[in-house]
Design a binder for this molecule. Sequence first.
Ligand code: ATP
Length: 319
Amino acid sequence: MKTIGVLTSGGDSPGMNAAIRAVVRTALQNNIRVVGIQRGYSGLINGEITELTRDSVSDIIQRGGTILKTARSNTFRTEEGRRRAADVLKVFGVEGLVVVGGDGSFMGAKLLSDLGVATIGLPGTIDNDLAYTDYTIGFDTALNTVIDAVNKLKDTSSSHERASVVEVMGRNCGDIALYSGLAGGAESIILPEKPFDMDELCRGILEGKMRGKLHNLIMVAEGVGKAEEIAKKIEDITGIEARVTKLGHIQRGGSPTVADRVLATRMGYRAVELLREGKSARVVGIKNNKIIDLDITEALAIESKFDEDLFKIAETISY
Ligand code: ATP
């Protein structure tokens, strides 16, 4: 393989730059040319392609976001769009492509590999919503951002003896709420994966009040979609003032943590190794602290990896 490309696609996540850097440096060490494709599949179709050198990726490992920018492309969802993308890659002599993104981006990578381009996917998403891997690039940084906000919220809600209902990202996967709820000492964690009992929550809050508890933290995953409703019920039933804070896109930013930088670097390195071995349509992940790779279709077919044990621990120690 003489030339490979790298792009970032879908929602950005901290650590994408570390992945790009690892791909570029590993490839160059192996005498493979690397091009960077701007704005995901959209930029690919438009031919937004430039050569990346060792220096193009210096001083980026500590930066959040992605130097290649990211986008969503409806044209790429059509067969014609994907053919154009494959033609553009051919014109630039790109034989292999590393795609850093989520499940949608992986689906696109699989379809592109059917058109003869070798593709490898790296999981870049803060949600940790890809079941084939224990962790995705950006998840750890997002958790630390949430915890930073939660620590601050606890100060003010303790002073006012309020309840804080904190909505965090996670449409179908409640991992951000689960891990940050556990690490932030939440009284309750409400997730798409688990039914939840409002009466039990209010009972816990009232019992806590009797014991002299000053604050209550309730973590809610965005996918549950009920933060305001939950806050109102808490106020109605317990008489304790409840405020909703939605952390929103703040969770996507920030300098990546050590864990995310190391994960992204290990994964970027593996992606280039796979391309050198002539592999295609595979995704890279981490299982039990070992970097793994598997077929994209098989990886996307794995449904849920919800950590029941962790949820049980969080429930046991919450009140
Ligand atoms: P995240 O969910 O973390 O934001 P993602 O990769 O799942 O990341 P999507 O918006 O679903 O984000 O996908 C990114 C891009 O991948 C889309 O804009 C589209 O160009 C391409 N894509 C997604 N799904 C498909 C599909 N089924 N077929 C072809 N291309 C797809």
